[in-house]
Design a protein around this ligand. Structure first.
Ligand SMILES: [Ca+2]
Ligand SMILES: [Ca+2]
Length: 177
């Protein structure tokens, strides 16, 4: 009798396990996804780096900021635009809720984005990039795997292929790295 109980307990466990697998958003490549207000963010940790894909609803610039407070404030902002075949992506910082400045223009700051690429489609821009989880730069905000962080998404009007035009959409959400 005891043996049968154990066998059925194992079977029930296996059944629960397979159900959990079907329900989970399992991605064998480790990508996580967040959709929010017309933006789509994908990210995954690779060694000591974070690989990111951002799609925003504009053919001008699109931006994502990590671990700030309200809107852009204190956020490590990565901003990019695609103009013809050229992809331009910059490592910025939110000096207040509405203003982002290149890290290079801030004392001791430096550019820490690698693996830059991007594309434009009908009404949207997608940028790909890699940032260190901890660059050591004061203007990048160290990230830890498993922790939750405030995120800002922003984009310009269509066709604003520069880093300086005002945003037309700005919105906060959160993700777990
Ligand atoms: Ca930086
Ligand atoms: Ca930065």
């Amino acid at each position: 009798m005891k043996k049968y109980c154990m066998i059925s307990a194992v079977l029930v466990s296996l059944l629960m396990l397979s159900t959990a697998c079907e329900e989970g958003p399992f991605d064998p490549d480790g990508w996580n996804t967040k959709s929010h207000d017309g933006f789509m963010l994908k990210w995954r940790v690779q060694d000591s780096n974070l690989e990111v894909e951002l799609t925003g609803p504009s053919t001008g610039w699109v931006a994502v900021g990590f671990a700030g407070s309200y809107l852009m404030h204190d956020s490590n902002i990565i901003i990019g635009y695609v103009s013809g075949s050229s992809v331009n992506i910059r490592d910025d910082f939110g000096v207040d809720s509405n203003t982002h400045v290149s890290d290079t223009d801030l004392q001791g700051g430096e550019q820490n984005v690698s693996g830059k690429s991007g594309s434009e489609a009908s009404g949207t821009t997608t940028i790909f990039f890699t940032i260190p989880l901890n660059s050591g730069d004061l203007y990048d905000n160290a990230l830890s795997e498993g922790q939750s962080y405030n995120i800002v998404f922003a984009c310009s009007a269509a066709g604003a292929d520069n880093f300086t035009s005002d945003y037309t959409i700005i919105t906060n959400t959160s993700i777990t790295i």
